[in-house]
Design a protein around this ligand. Structure first.
Ligand SMILES: *Cc1c(COP(=O)(O)O)cnc(C)c1O
Length: 398
């Protein structure tokens, strides 16, 4: 299969880099090789590029430039936010509130803290994957130091009530972190309007390079401010203002900034275009295939996410058969799709394990064309039909 003909529908796992971002990346690897901490002109040139990139990234979420901290990934940003806040505030309290559908990059550090003297509440979600803000407020105690709820879910696409959560957190004077890796660059985010204190994002989910992430920290840039509620996880040099040492990846970060610029320019058009394609897929599958249903919220969901349970067959078989036809999709989340445990997200929204196993995630992006969607919609129903004929599960139901 020629790579350029492959129909890639797994943009939630990662995105190909935009050619315009690659161009910037290639040039900047040559031009900005200096260490941004060096005093000489080559170092200072890199330092200037870093400041400009910070400004661009900040502008997408209406943040102050000095509140943006670059990291190596979304995973690192999540770990830094959760562990950094927990360690810094352990004298104030030891209770953290999160949801039961977080990405592993949030879930696992919370579980680690739970084994090390912290108490963690994993809030349940409803059948759409929405957290209940009333339950959230009831879970708050005098010991609660952090609320971490994802902006939008990577598997089922559901967008959480972030503004309400931010208001509750602010009212109770609790730090609010959101993993916005899937939402950043796809839907509008304003950290001030939403009362977000910490926000994680990642370059490779928005057509930038892999290995570049960022953490927004409210008022951290203001030395007199209140942003001293987090401590570093790594110790070394003074990069990223003592919060995240390690020589800064200026070419990667400048490519991230280019990706942000493009996302900002194209967001409103892409939002409409992808929503139309998304709904076309959902309607077509629902019409052509019986015994299937949509996972996640029908409308309060990411514009590029489709997640369906196709009953009586295995997600893995569908993924492999589609791949044979030159179409790339995913079952569950990419991180767990190699394990045999059903997705914790699908179980949390109340799916039976067998329906969770039959789930398929189709995620669209900038390079998805209507022709690609049609190709997928043509190939998919016969695959389901064939697999169902072979499946012992089909017989069990009757
Ligand atoms: C991809 C993803 C991450 C991890 O980001 P990396 O840059 O791959 O480490 C974290 N959270 C969510 C919601 C994601 O989709």
């Amino acid at each position: 299969m020629n790579d350029s003909k492959y129909v890639y529908l797994d943009y939630a796992a990662t995105t190909p880099m935009d050619p315009r971002v690659i161009e910037v990346y290639k040039n900047n690897i040559n031009e900005y090789y200096g260490n941004s901490s060096s005093l000489h002109s080559i170092g200072q040139k890199a330092a200037k590029k870093l400041v400009d990139s910070r400004e661009i990234v900040a502008s997408l979420i209406n943040a102050e430039r000095s509140d943006i901290f670059f990291t190596s990934s979304g995973t690192e940003s999540d770990n830094l936010a959760i562990m950094g806040v927990a360690l810094k505030n352990k004298k104030r309290g030891n209770h953290i509130i999160t949801s039961s559908i977080e990405h592993h990059a949030v879930e696992k550090p919370c579980e680690y803290l739970e084994k090390n003297g912290f108490e963690v509440t994993f809030l349940p979600v409803d059948k759409y994957g929405l957290i209940n803000t009333k339950l959230l407020e009831e879970a708050i105690t005098d010991n609660t130091i952090l609320i971490s709820i994802m902006f939008a879910n990577n598997e089922i696409g559901t967008i959480e009530p972030i503004k309400e959560i931010g208001t509750i957190a602010k009212h109770h004077n609790i730090i609010f972190h959101t993993d916005a890796v899937q939402a950043f660059g796809k839907i509008p985010i304003d950290v001030n309007e939403l009362n977000i204190d910490l926000l994680s994002a990642s370059a490779h989910k928005i057509y930038g390079p892999k290995g570049v992430g960022m953490l927004y920290i409210r008022n951290r840039g203001n030395r007199e401010g209140s942003g001293k509620f987090i401590q570093p996880l790594l110790y070394g040099g003074g990069h990223e203002r003592d919060l995240r040492p390690s020589t800064v990846n200026v070419p990667g970060i400048s490519a991230f900034a280019k990706a942000v610029e493009l996302a900002k320019e194209e967001m409103s058009n892409e939002l409409k275009r992808l929503t139309t394609l998304r709904d076309k897929i959902i309607n077509s599958i629902t019409n052509k295939i019986d015994n299937c249903f949509l996972n996640g919220h029908p409308t309060t969901r990411l514009p590029n996410n489709v997640n369906m349970s196709i009953q009586y067959i295995e997600g893995e078989s569908m993924v492999l058969d589609l791949d044979f036809e030159g179409i790339g999709v995913s079952t569950g989340s990419a991180c767990s799709s190699k394990s045999l445990d059903p997705s914790h997200v699908l179980l949390a929204i109340g799916l039976k394990p067998q329906d969770a196993h039959g789930s398929l995630r189709i995620t669209l992006g900038r390079f998805t064309t209507p022709q690609e969607v049609d190709y997928f919609l043509e190939k998919f129903p016969p695959i389901v039909q064939r697999l169902r004929k072979l499946s012992p599960l089909t017989k069990e139901k009757s």
